[in-house]
Design a protein around this ligand. Structure first.
Ligand SMILES: *Cc1c(COP(=O)(O)O)cnc(C)c1O
Length: 234
C-alpha cells in the first residue's frame, strides 16, 4: 500500500465521523428545529474542506480574507459552497471581502457598511450579521448592544446588503452558566431586533466548546471548527 493511501483515508473517515456526531448532538439539542452548521475552516486545508463538501457540508467560515481567496481558488469546482467571513474585517479589505464572500458576520461599524455596500453593487446582495461585543471585552471586536439598532438601520438603507441577524463570541470563561447568560442576552437582543426587522432569521452563536448551550438558548447557526476538523494547525 502506498503511504498516500494510508495517510488520506483515516483523515477523511475521521472527518465523516466527527461531522455525523456533531449533527447528531445538534439534533438531540434541538429536535424541533433546524440549526445550521457553519464549518469553521480557518487554517485548515482546502483538501479537508473538499472532503467535508463531498460529505454534504456547504457552509464554511473563514477568518482571513487572504486565506479565503486562495481557498476559493483551490475549490473553484465546488461552486455551491457558501462562504462566510467570521473574522474581524479591516475597512481596507472591504472590496476583497465583498467580492469573495456570500455572508459577513463581523459588521460592527458604519464605515464597514458603506464600504461593503459600495463594492457589492452589481452582485446578489451580501448577507450580513451585526457582531455584538456581548461581554464588553476590551480585546474584542463587535459593537455595543445599544449600537445594534443604528447599525441595523444603516444596513437597511443599503440595497446591496441584506441584514440577517446577529453574531457574537462570548467571553471564553470556564463558568458555563456565565456563557449561558451571555447567550441569553444575545437572544433577547435578537428578539428585540426582529420586532423592527422581521426578516432577520439568523442568530450566529456557539462554537466547539459551547454550541449545545448556545442552541439551548436559541442559536440558529453554530460556528464549529476544532470539534469538526480536529485541532487547528498552528
Ligand atoms: C475560530 C472561530 C470559531 C470556531 O472555533 P472552535 O472553537 O474551533 O469551534 C468560531 N467563531 C469564530 C468567530 C472563530 O474565530
Amino acid at each position: 500500500m502506498s503511504p498516500a493511501i494510508c495517510n488520506d483515508k483515516p483523515d477523511a473517515s475521521a472527518l465523516a465521523q466527527r461531522l455525523a456526531s456533531l449533527q447528531q448532538r445538534m439534533t438531540i439539542t434541538a429536535p424541533d428545529r433546524r440549526v445550521q452548521l457553519l464549518a469553521v475552516s480557518k487554517l485548515q486545508s482546502a483538501q479537508a474542506m473538499r472532503d467535508l463538501h463531498t460529505l454534504g457540508q456547504r457552509a464554511f467560515g473563514e477568518n482571513y480574507v487572504q486565506e479565503a481567496e486562495s481557498k476559493r481558488h483551490a475549490l473553484a469546482d465546488c461552486s455551491d459552497i457558501e462562504w462566510h467571513l467570521i473574522g474581524h474585517l479591516q475597512s481596507n479589505k472591504a472590496q476583497q471581502a465583498a467580492e469573495l464572500f456570500d455572508w459577513v458576520h463581523s459588521i460592527d461599524r458604519p464605515k464597514l457598511i458603506t464600504a461593503l455596500a459600495k463594492y457589492r453593487v452589481g452582485r446578489p446582495p451580501l448577507q450580513v450579521l451585526i457582531q455584538v461585543n456581548i461581554d464588553d471585552e476590551d480585546s474584542k471586536a463587535g459593537c455595543q448592544p445599544d449600537e445594534v439598532c443604528a447599525l441595523a438601520e444603516e444596513i437597511a438603507r443599503q440595497p446591496t446588503l441584506r441584514l440577517r441577524g446577529l453574531m457574537s463570541i462570548p467571553a471564553p470563561v470556564a463558568d458555563m452558566e456565565a456563557r449561558r447568560a451571555s447567550f441569553a442576552r444575545l437572544r433577547d437582543l435578537f428578539d428585540a431586533l426582529r420586532k423592527d426587522f422581521p426578516a432577520c432569521d439568523t442568530l450566529s452563536m456557539g462554537m466547539s466548546e459551547d454550541f449545545e448551550l448556545a442552541i439551548a438558548e436559541g442559536s440558529t447557526m453554530v460556528r464549529v471548527g476544532s470539534a469538526l476538523f480536529g485541532a487547528r494547525p498552528t
